[in-house]
Design a protein around this ligand. Structure first.
Ligand code: 2BA
Length: 94
């Protein structure tokens, strides 16, 4: 099993969560703040079986769009998603 940590733009999060939930993936949404822009973003925790990883990445790709932001000093490219994929050693529901 993998633990996916996906940092996405706030505006893309509702549709992404809806699409993941529709495919029966479970998500936890955390409110987060980017260290560079110091503005809000969304971090999702998603527990995924190994053989479902490609589908999850495809859903994230489909729902999360890249954008440019002018922070007053420069134009900054913000990715659709920054995704960390970790091996989950164990997972239990109690
Ligand atoms: P922020 O840290 O607010 O970064 C927003 C965007 O600013 C970044 O987009 C990148 O294009 C730019 N940026 C970030 N740090 C920079 C720097 N030191 N110098 C110049 N430009 C810089 P993304 O790379 O798509 O990142 C979007 C958000 O994802 C980040 O928001 C941060 O919250 C998270 N993130 C990205 N990479 C990460 C990493 N390696 N570890 C933890 N969080 C990460």
């Amino acid at each position: 099993m993998k633990l996916v940590i996906a940092i996405v733009q706030d505006e893309n999060a509702p549709k992404l969560i809806k699409s993941l939930t529709a495919k029966e993936y479970r998500t936890t949404k955390l409110s987060s703040t980017g260290g560079f822009l110091k503005s809000g973003n969304t971090t999702l925790l998603i527990g995924v079986e190994d053989d479902k990883m490609d589908e999850v990445v495809d859903i994230i790709k489909a729902e999360c769009k890249y954008k440019k932001i002018d922070n007053g000093k420069e134009e900054v490219d913000v990715c659709g998603a920054n995704i960390f994929i970790l091996d989950a050693e164990d997972y239990r529901k109690i």
